[in-house]
Design a binder for this molecule. Structure first.
Ligand code: 87F
Length: 480
């Protein structure tokens, strides 16, 4: 198929394979600005699916969507210097409007805590005003200096950021966990990507937070990818931005806050985890198109009858809520169309040829295993529904098996280093809890503690770094 298709094997050059799949499938393109990308129709449609799923979840729990300005006065970020110190080199600034310099520089939003919380300070007066549970879908800019990669690291990306304020610590703790569980459900049951969940160490948490919870997935190259975070901000921002309320006790209190986000990075994870040597494989629940119908006309066959049958099936699928398209383009051969829709990751292809027509059947090809089966026309809708479910489950099961295969428990630093070198993946190891050991391991191996799992296991040995008594088992990995 010449250079239309993917020319690099996933197992041979993962990084180049990724770039080819992203570009050739039509997910994305480079932009004429360094470090930026174009979200083409296909990736934007997947993003809209993610938005639809997540909006439904958060609206059901009383959150509402809003939109705040993308320009943040420098003084707002400065107020918060302590938390933002490490981030300042990544901020892009607007310094001029038209041809006159601005009185105060404006940051292009890298995240919206400061502007949103300055506003919350105006809105919140009494315990009756709480909780405040807002979310925004927007773009953000971080002036990356490391090598960029579509979806995974670009200077501008799309995300949602949730920002809530509560009367009590307990309420904010619950919010953090509720959102984390919503994220986990989205990732596992829609994107079909299994994740580990837990808490970041003090070194890895968001500096402005009391604690940071995280969801981490494993990529086929053995590197971990952070899929989302949900922070408990405690009263840190409330103190800086003066967000206070009069409680039922008639006393003044600072609010307890949370913030949480997922981004278009999830689309990068989807490509890496499910894609294969033919291109993208999109899990049915986030696929913009579920089924493509390809008529197979032969010179001597009745192509009008084939096309009529194809349209009949199209209508039946659509009536059952399945998104289907008919590829009746005459300028391409069936084989060319097969390759193209495989590249684009459409979960199911239906073929109808003269022989199928004669035998009152269809050929159904599934994208995940590339198996083909013949199905009676009257059973087509049911078969497609069942197959979409099977594909969804199979993709998750395969990814889960890969995650387990790439998770190793070790008892010593020797074993740790060997595993990291030879296999990568998550390495579960006993840790004493000290930042010094964490730092030393990072410096010496490049691996960081991805999370302290919620599900605790008794340490199987002493700290792999210092040999002192371990307090818990944590997950290390190299990461994106
Ligand atoms: C880059 C420049 C300036 C990350 C930055 O995780 C500031 C920041 O605050 C910054 N990069 N962060 C942390 C973002 C925290 C938090 N915000 C809401 C999230 C999820 C969504």
């Amino acid at each position: 198929m010449s250079d239309m298709g993917v020319t690099v094997k996933k197992s041979e050059n993962f990084s180049e394979w990724y770039t080819e799949v992203v570009l050739k499938s039509g997910l994305a393109d480079y932009a004429p600005i360094k470090g930026c990308m174009v979200f083409r129709e296909l990736s934007y449609a997947i993003w809209e699916k993610i938005q639809e799923i997540f909006n439904k979840k958060i609206k059901a729990t009383g959150h509402k969507n809003v939109y705040f300005p993308m320009f943040i006065p420098e003084s707002f970020l400065k107020k918060e210097a302590e938390h933002f110190a490490g981030f300042i080199p990544e901020v892009a600034w607007v310094t001029e409007g038209g041809d006159s310099p601005l009185e105060e520089r404006l940051a292009v939003r890298p995240t919206s805590e400061t502007i949103i919380y300055a506003t919350y300070a105006k809105w919140i007066r009494s315990w009756r005003d709480l909780p405040v549970k807002l979310n925004q879908w927007c773009n953000v800019v971080r002036w990356e200096t490391k090598a960029t990669k579509p979806f995974l690291r670009t200077r501008e990306f799309l995300w949602q950021e949730g920002h809530t304020a509560h009367a009590t610590k307990a309420d904010s703790d619950k919010e953090v966990m509720d959102i984390l569980n919503d994220y986990k459900d989205l990732m596992e049951n829609y994107l079909a990507i299994p994740v580990l969940i837990g808490v970041k160490t003090d070194k890895e948490k968001f500096a402005g937070a009391l604690y940071t919870t995280t969801l981490e997935a494993m990529m086929p190259d053995g590197k971990a990818l952070q899929m989302g975070t949900s922070h408990n901000l405690g009263q840190n921002f409330a103190k800086v931005f003066d967000i206070k309320f009069i409680g039922e006790d008639e006393k003044e209190h600072h609010v307890w806050q949370t913030s949480w986000g997922i981004s278009t990075r999830l689309i990068g994870a989807l490509v890496m985890v499910h894609g294969d040597d033919k291109g993208l494989v999109i899990p049915p629940k986030v696929a913009p198109i579920h089924v493509v119908i390809v008529p197979i006309p032969y010179k001597d066959a009745d192509s009008t009858a084939i096309l009529a049958k194809a349209k009949e099936i199209l209508a039946k699928l659509e009536a059952c809520g399945i998104t289907a398209i008919l590829d009746d383009r005459e300028e391409y051969t069936p084989g060319w169309k097969f390759n193209e829709w495989e590249l684009k990751g459409v979960p199911i292809r239906i073929e109808i040829g003269p022989r199928d027509l004669k035998q009152n059947q269809l050929t159904i090809a599934r994208r995940d295993t590339c198996q083909k089966t013949a199905v009676k026309i009257e059973d087509a809708v049911q078969a497609v529904e069942k197959l979409l479910e099977d594909i969804q489950n199979n993709l998750y099961a395969k990814a889960k098996a890969a995650l387990m295969e790439k998770t190793t428990t070790v008892r010593s630093y020797d074993e740790f280093q060997r595993t990291l070198r030879e296999k990568g993946g998550f390495i579960k190891a006993p840790w004493c809890g000290s930042s010094d050991c964490e730092e030393k391991i990072k410096d010496e191996t490049g691996a960081t503690i991805r999370l302290k799992p919620f599900e605790k296991e008794a340490p199987t040995a002493n700290c792999i770094c210092c040999g002192a008594k371990a307090v818990e088992m944590v997950y290390f990995a190299k990461s994106y």
